[in-house]
Design a protein around this ligand. Structure first.
Ligand code: S3P
Length: 171
């Protein structure tokens, strides 16, 4: 098992980056961190409040600053990114520079949208279906730049996916 490898999970909102990350860290007995959680803790406010009051482009600057801080200050082996983090070229460069292996959790829009609707997390960029669909379509080619792809089929649990990632990337 390659114990030293660090990975970041990317993919659209609602695909399950946080729960897969949680299971994966348990399987690997590794530390994990959720970038969204890290941002809210540092900024002392909700991401939705930042986007709603300051707009998306200011939020992206805050997100990048926090990603840099997280990579400099923590050695977490599993990082769950926000759905837009990987779509910024500078963030992709930063993650590569720190030696992270990127993993795209790929699923259908229907699957992600169902989870977005069921979840309590507020997602200002996916408040309605057409807006979310547009973002989903625009981002596919950027997520596809990740080192690994795992297809999330609806019958698989987050644990199943984490196990697959651990077996294929860490063995
Ligand atoms: C975003 C996804 C969210 C959060 C923010 C912006 C995006 O994270 O970072 O609302 O641009 O896709 P999740 O992917 O965990 O929902």
């Amino acid at each position: 098992m390659n114990k030293g490898k660090r990975i970041c999970l990317t993919g659209f909102m609602g695909v399950g980056k946080s729960s897969v990350g949680r299971h994966l860290a348990q399987i690997l007995r590794a530390d994990r961190i959720d970038l969204d959680f890290f941002i809210e803790k540092n900024e002392k406010r909700k991401i939705a409040a930042i986007i709603d009051t300051e707009g998306e482009s200011t939020y992206r600057e805050i997100e990048t600053a926090n990603l840099r801080k997280l990579l400099d200050e923590t050695g977490a082996q599993v990082i769950s990114l926000g759905g837009g983090t990987w779509t910024e070229e500078g963030n992709r460069r930063l993650l590569k520079k720190h030696g992270l292996t990127s993993v795209w959790l790929e699923s259908t829009f229907q699957h992600c949208w169902r989870n977005i609707r069921m979840s309590k997390k507020e997602r200002p960029l996916a408040r309605n279906k057409p807006a979310a669909r547009k973002l989903f379509d625009e981002r596919q080619k950027l997520y596809a730049l990740a080192d690994w792809h795992f297809i999330i089929r609806p019958e698989l649990t987050s644990f199943d996916i984490a196990k697959q990632i651990a077996e294929e990337i860490f063995s």
